[in-house]
Design a protein around this ligand. Structure first.
Ligand SMILES: *[C@@H]1O[C@H](CO)[C@@H](O)[C@H](O)[C@H]1NC(C)=O
Ligand SMILES: *[C@@H]1O[C@H](CO)[C@@H](O)[C@H](O)[C@H]1NC(C)=O
Ligand SMILES: *[C@@H]1O[C@H](CO)[C@@H](O)[C@H](O)[C@H]1NC(C)=O
Ligand SMILES: *[C@@H]1O[C@H](CO)[C@@H](O)[C@H](O)[C@H]1NC(C)=O
Ligand SMILES: *[C@@H]1O[C@H](CO)[C@@H](O)[C@H](O)[C@H]1NC(C)=O
Length: 455
């Protein structure tokens, strides 16, 4: 490519520059992909990329800069690119310059400027760094800057917004992980772009896109790109590879990019899914919903529990995790409830849809105290304006008692089983245990929940 010299722009380029506002308006108005492609094909022969990205994206540049702090911010401001891998959970790379993405090979090209050191990195853009099982389902993305035999290919399509590249794989299929590892990080990373951002989801699946349609369309004005199907070379006015992560089901107002609380995420969900009930006081008679697990950690006396709840004055209903595949229906179902009751498991993530002041009641099976407290404990749920109650079972309520006997360490010393590693303990406590609640013992906890709604 020829360098533009001495500020003298060729006439064709000057014309394009003069016409840019018009083209811009026309594109935005018509939203025509054909026009965009046509325009892009003309521009891909043009070397004024920097002028263009500056013209297009002052707001976007500010939004990208919000994603880095400290040394990274200085590096971004001086070189247009920065990566931060100091977080325990996720690596994130950002570019305020034009990036070229070859969708077919999942390669991101960062423009080489001055004499910056070359870069050739492989990243897995999923917020569970070091988790081999999750990363086994996360495609690798290559980032390249200034590698001599790997120049950026010419653009097929230009986008006047930045790209955000992330994996929708990992632990997809587990609702907790879908929300915690992808949706919350996506919200944190992109909300402040005010929908002027193109999502590029590796490990894409159509059913994932349709399940989270409401969230994805609230975050971006554009259809998600599935690189495996697209196979073209796209250019963007900037780029983010990887997502911000703050902790289990958490948005930390002082974390990057700043200003989002867990409740902001809940409000965002309410708006996205058009949920009606903001505050539990809007529900006349308290409604208890029981998430009915069918195969593992099943509640074997659900009927009795529902009977008890009804006797105490709740309207008691059940739902199954399968129904979660239709999130717009499911979120609405949960949003009309006062108490979400369930045995520790991914379904409890639905507490995010509860109205303010509602209660999440977690049944904690044997050996799962740590997981229960870490993923859904009062520390986590408390940030949601949802009240947290728990019911810790005793050995008599666990199917493990009959299987292993009272003298087994499985029953009387789960910590020693935990020391044998996740494979051993999860097989026993997560996948090998059902529970039968002691109704008279559980009654006290349900009364406690009811008490919270007394006016
Ligand atoms: C990475 O991010 C942390 C936290 O924002 C910041 O303190 C640190 O300076 C950054 N490091 C680099 C190399 O960008
Ligand atoms: C929130 O983020 C800030 C800044 O990154 C950090 O110092 C603080 O410990 C975080 N708070 C929680 C509760 O994680
Ligand atoms: C989800 O359920 C709603 C309401 O019952 C229905 O209108 C919608 O078509 C369903 N969506 C899918 C993808 O099945
Ligand atoms: C719900 O509404 C009640 C009554 O209007 C109010 O007192 C309460 O603070 C609200 N709860 C939450 C968590 O916002
Ligand atoms: C738990 O209950 C389910 C449903 O009744 C059953 O299919 C499963 O085999 C039970 N598991 C154990 C370990 O008892």
């Amino acid at each position: 490519m020829n360098k533009l010299r001495g500020g003298a722009l060729p006439i064709s380029v000057s014309l394009v520059l003069i016409l840019l506002p018009l083209i811009y308006v026309a594109l935005f108005r018509s939203n025509s992909i054909d026009a965009l492609i046509l325009w892009t094909n003309q521009l891909s022969n043009w070397n004024g990329y920097n002028q263009m990205s500056r013209f297009m994206g002052d707001g976007a540049i500010g939004s990208i800069q919000r994603l880095v702090r400290g040394r990274g911010r200085i590096e971004l401001e001086t070189t247009g690119f920065s990566c931060n891998s100091s977080s325990l959970h996720s690596d994130i790379c950002v570019s305020t310059d034009l990036v070229t993405i070859d969708m077919k090979s999942r390669t991101v090209y960062i423009p080489q400027k001055q004499s910056l050191p070359p870069i050739n990195w492989i990243v897995q853009p999923y917020a569970r760094k070091g988790d081999k099982a999750a990363l086994g389902n996360v495609a690798k993305v290559e980032i390249i800057r200034g590698i001599k035999n790997k120049p950026p290919p010419p653009c097929d399509i230009f986008h006047n917004v930045p790209a955000v590249v992330f994996s929708s794989g990992g632990y997809r299929g587990n609702f907790f992980h879908e929300i915690n590892d992808v949706m919350i990080p996506l919200f944190l990373t992109t909300r402040h772009f005010q929908s002027q951002v193109q999502l590029v989801a590796t490990d894409y699946k159509e059913h994932w896109d349709s399940k989270y349609h409401q969230i994805l369309t609230s975050l971006s004005n554009y259809k998600v790109i599935n690189p495996a199907e697209d196979e073209k070379v796209h250019c963007f006015s900037g780029g983010v590879i990887g997502l911000v992560y703050h902790g289990d089901l958490t948005c930390n107002t002082s974390g990057i990019p700043g200003g989002y609380s867990t409740n902001d995420f809940r409000r965002f969900l309410r708006d996205s899914f058009n949920l009606k009930i903001k505050n539990v006081t809007e529900i006349e008679k308290p409604v208890l919903i029981l998430i009915s697990r069918q195969r593992t950690r099943a509640l074997l006396n659900e009927k009795e529990i529902l009977g008890l709840a009804t006797e105490l004055g709740f309207k008691a209903i059940t739902t199954t995790p399968e129904r979660m595949s239709n999130l717009s229906r499911f979120s609405d179902e949960i949003n009309s409830c006062s108490v979400l009751l369930g045995v520790h498991g991914a379904g409890l993530t639905n507490a995010l849809f509860l109205p303010d002041g509602a209660v999440m009641l977690q049944v904690v099976p044997l050996g799962l105290e740590w997981a229960s407290a870490t993923y859904y404990g009062s520390k986590v749920v408390g940030k949601m304006n949802v009240r947290y109650l728990e019911y810790k079972i005793i050995p008599e309520e666990s199917s493990l008692l009959e299987k292993y006997g009272r003298d087994s360490p499985v029953i009387n010393n789960p910590a020693t089983i935990g020391k044998q590693g996740y494979a051993v303990s999860s097989k026993i406590y997560l996948r090998g245990q059902n529970v039968t609640l002691d109704i008279s013992r559980f009654r006290k906890t349900l009364l406690q929940a009811l008490e919270l709604f007394r006016r």
